[in-house]
Design a protein around this ligand. Structure first.
Ligand SMILES: [Zn+2]
Ligand SMILES: [Zn+2]
Length: 427
């Protein structure tokens, strides 16, 4: 969490090893003042503060933690955490870091990402990929901290291509939001089922060629999964490749505009093409359930509305938007380069996350869409017909939940979405 001020309640006794303060407990309010962590009550200043629990039963309750930053479910809530609390100054604000055991973190992440009522095999699937992803990020970060990393953005007058990466986290391992994995401490009660799934797979990660897999996942692939390099940096991970999320292999080439259009509008069978309420309810969180149509979806804009939206979201004045033209699609039909044609200027933008951000006041479900432009008496309107929810790389959460409901084991599910990978016990 990053904020000007943080209010929290320490339940139980905590020690403060970085200061001469004695034990700490109860209500606290810390503020950023002149580059210091400042106690709002006493006015005392610190370079940093660390609160370490004295007992297993201690917890920290933090007020106004923002979740779903920039997404349509953004809101603030009071959250509870186990482990230690480290407060430092970063970028003119306070940075609040929770220090916690990896297996405990996983129990929380799985409870935050999924409902604890999901099937045991699905929870095990998630435990393994969340653990792999975490370990892969930590390994990558350590390797990168020595050398400054490559560019993650190309920006000229006619082109703006930006891919998501994690180079921004240097002071901690993972953030608590969807950028990494949703982590909400122990706010959502960790159920015995989640605890069991994490314990049953303790230390198991996915490996490929002896290396820990960067096991990405998203909500709903839309029928076919995307490759890693089309979404993030140009590195090929053979296990993050195109997988058909149905029983039959897919013969359609979704990088082809005509075939992509036909496929997106057709709504074909796939594991994630489900309206099984029980599975959706068991798998999605309360705020995810607010989004019910994601396998195929539609978004409509008037011309002025779209022009204002794009200007506000991109910070670029295109004038009135005349057309949206897909320039390049990835293997899942997701647009990775889109030309925005305006009366004042035209520009190609990418990759999928930037496209989704520019075309919606929160985030468009995915960049796998086709554009229908219609001109009538009321002016021009744009309708986007889309497929899937999220970047579509790696495991499809809804698809995997359906597979587990049909009796597949977590190992079968993993080998399907991450071809060539094997589960391996590392500790
Ligand atoms: Zn992050
Ligand atoms: Zn899917």
């Amino acid at each position: 969490m990053s904020a000007e001020e943080v209010r929290f309640h320490l339940h139980g006794e905590f020690s403060c090893p970085l200061t001469t303060r004695g034990k700490a407990t109860g209500e606290h309010c810390l503020q950023h003042r002149d580059g210091y962590v400042t106690d709002a009550l006493s006015g005392k200043r610190y370079d940093e503060l660390l609160f370490v629990p004295e007992h297993d039963t201690c917890s920290v309750e933090i007020q106004k933690v923002t979740i779903g930053i920039d997404f349509h479910w953004e809101r603030t809530e009071t959250q509870t955490f186990a482990g230690s609390l480290h407060v430092i100054v970063d970028g003119g604000k306070l940075l609040v870091i929770n220090i916690i055991d990896a297996e405990e973190y996983l129990q929380s992440v799985i409870s935050s990402e999924m409902r604890a009522t999901a099937s045991p095999e699905f929870l095990k699937t998630h435990a393994v990929i969340s653990r792999s992803w975490l370990m892969a990020q930590m390994e990558k970060q350590r390797a990168q901290s020595a050398k400054k990393t490559c560019e993650s953005c190309i920006r000229t007058d006619t082109e703006w291509i930006q891919w998501s990466d994690r180079e921004d986290h240097t002071l901690f391992d993972v953030c608590a939001d969807d950028h990494c994995q949703r982590y909400q401490g122990t706010t959502r009660i960790v159920s015995p089922a989640v605890k069991e799934a994490v314990e049953a797979t303790c230390g198991i990660i996915l490996s490929y060629g002896g290396k820990i897999c960067d096991a990405r996942f998203s909500k709903c692939c839309g029928g076919v999964t995307e490759t890693f390099e089309n979404t993030w940096e140009p590195v090929v991970h053979p296990y993050l490749t195109r997988v058909s999320d149905g029983h039959a292999p897919l013969n359609t080439d979704l990088t082809d505009e005509t075939q992509a259009r036909e496929w997106i509008l057709a709504s074909p069978p796939a594991f994630c093409h489900t309206s099984d309420k029980t599975i959706l309810e068991q798998t999605l969180n309360r705020y995810d359930m607010e989004t019910s149509h994601f396998f195929r979806w539609k978004a409509s804009y008037g011309q002025n509305e779209l022009s204002e939206l794009v200007a506000a979201r991109s910070g670029i004045d295109f004038g009135r938007i005349i057309d949206l033209v897909p320039v390049e699609r990835g293997v899942s039909g997701r647009i990775i380069r889109l030309r925005i044609e305006g009366e004042r200027r035209s520009m190609v933008i990418g990759k999928e996350l930037l496209i989704r951000r520019c075309l919606s006041s929160s985030h468009l479900y995915s960049s796998a869409f086709v554009v229908d432009r219609e001109t009538g008496t009321g002016g021009t309107s744009f309708t986007l017909h889309g497929a899937g929810w999220g970047h579509g790389v790696g495991l499809c959460q809804i698809g995997a939940a359906v597979m587990c409901g049909q009796g597949f084991t977590y190992r079968q599910v993993l080998s399907r979405y991450y071809p060539g990978s094997i589960p391996e016990k590392r500790y």
